[in-house]
Design a protein around this ligand. Structure first.
Ligand SMILES: Cc1ncc(COP(=O)(O)O)c(C=O)c1O
Length: 400
């Protein structure tokens, strides 16, 4: 067989895959599996958004769109950044990509040279280190401890920066912990970054609308406008509008970086599907109560799930301030033996035993760079979440 590229050797398969393969196999055997593993809203895309896509197709918006995004969507994105984040972007400071994921791919491909370090606060969304590695980058984890509310501390950031640091990735509200960095936290982070002018900053704000308890989201580029020429602010419609399948993400940033990213995208996928762009524009310009309703539902589920998990002896669970995950700690289960006879030495053992013995699929904390935890997605209906909590309680009760 002809060979593969050397760059693939640095790319391990995501640790989540083993879990997904096993869950599928158990389902195929007829087992009733509850999946809390996916980070995908269970809502339908709003009807008006689907209508806008249909109308765009009827209107003939079916040709190759511009690589950087349609003027109509870019105008809607500029309005969104001004309205929600007090950020002003000109059209040449905005890119539309196939999901937030391609924004990251474009940005890293456009800037990372082999050996460049990418600071990834842990726990993190799995794709940041994997994409960085694909371009020869070296991910460097900066631990965000539970006792700090899983927030990034400025002193931890300062200690991790080296002359090789090329990027800092910020993701608040965070996947998987739901932690939020408020304006004061971001101001302290900005103070550190001012001392290191050669570091790009990716601020992934894709969960910005999913904040709870009256807390609001703060955007780094608004808190520290003087850093504007090196902050890439990422967002998208996947999570806020239940539009994961439409594949529309976007970013606002300095024109030279955006230009380089458009160059990358032009050689890969070109412009994003034209009707999906029309749908995204309708979502961004649509009524805000769509988001408010979903947020209220996620908050109710969060309260229910965290309450149930905290009542289970041996588990701990920080209260997530945003996003739609719970991240319970399982330290109290380690070193013990599950009801099915499995020794629980780490969080992967716990996740696998929970799947085998009670049919609940989760993702273990090691996959996100911080153990021992499990990530549970609350993006599913109340009844399923309640049944999952019953099963987790039964699993823990059976541990010796
Ligand atoms: C933190 C974070 N950023 C970005 C994304 C990318 O989402 P999409 O590519 O659907 O826009 C995800 C998806 O899970 C995510 O969790």
């Amino acid at each position: 067989m002809p060979g593969f590229a050397e760059r693939l050797s640095g790319l391990p398969a995501p640790a989540t895959i083993a879990m997904a393969v096993r869950a599928r196999a158990l389902r195929a055997e007829g087992r009733d599996i509850i999946s809390l593993a996916l980070g995908e809203p269970d809502f339908a895309t709003p009807r008006a958004v689907i209508d806008a896509a249909y109308q765009a197709a009827l209107d003939g918006q079916t040709k190759y769109p511009p690589v950087d995004g349609t003027p109509a969507l870019k105008a809607a994105i500029a309005r969104k950044f001004a309205r929600d984040n007090a950020l002003t972007f000109a059209p040449n400071e905005i890119i539309v990509s196939n999901g937030g994921k391609q924004v990251i791919f474009n940005a890293f491909m456009a800037t990372i040279n082999p050996g460049d370090e990418v600071l990834v606060p842990a726990p993190y969304w799995v794709s940041y280190p994997l994409i960085a590695r694909g371009f020869g980058g070296v991910p460097v984890e900066v631990v965000c401890r539970e006792e700090d509310g899983f927030r990034l501390r400025a002193d931890a950031l300062e200690a991790a920066i080296t002359p090789r640091t090329k990027w800092l990735v910020l993701n608040f509200p965070n996947n998987p912990t739901g932690a939020i960095c408020d304006a004061d936290d971001l101001a302290a982070i900005a103070d550190v970054l001012r001392r290191h002018p050669d570091v790009w900053i990716l601020s992934d704000e894709i969960y910005e609308h999913l904040t709870f308890g009256g807390l609001s989201h703060a955007s780094l580029a608004a808190v520290a406008p003087d850093l504007r020429d090196r902050v890439l602010t990422l967002n998208g419609v996947s999570k806020a509008y239940a539009m994961t399948g439409w594949r529309v993400g976007f970013a606002g940033g300095p024109a030279p970086l955006i230009k380089a990213m458009v160059g990358v995208q032009g050689n890969a996928t070109s412009g994003v599907c034209s009707v999906a762009q029309a749908a995204a524009a309708a979502a961004l310009d649509g009524p805000a109560d769509v988001i408010a309703d979903m947020r209220a539902t996620y908050e109710r589920r969060r309260d229910a799930v965290v309450g149930r998990l905290r009542a289970i002896p041996g588990l701990t669970c920080a209260m997530p301030d945003g996003a739609f995950y719970a991240y319970p700690g399982v330290a109290g289960l380690l070193g013990r033996t599950s009801g099915g006879g499995k020794r629980l030495l780490g969080d992967e053992d716990v996740a696998l035993a929970l799947l085998e013995e009670q049919g609940v699929s989760t993702v273990h904390g090691a996959a996100f760079g911080l153990s021992p935890y499990l990530r549970l997605s609350c993006a599913t209906d109340d009844d399923t979440l309640s049944r999952a909590c019953d099963r987790i309680a039964a699993f823990v009760a059976a541990i010796a």
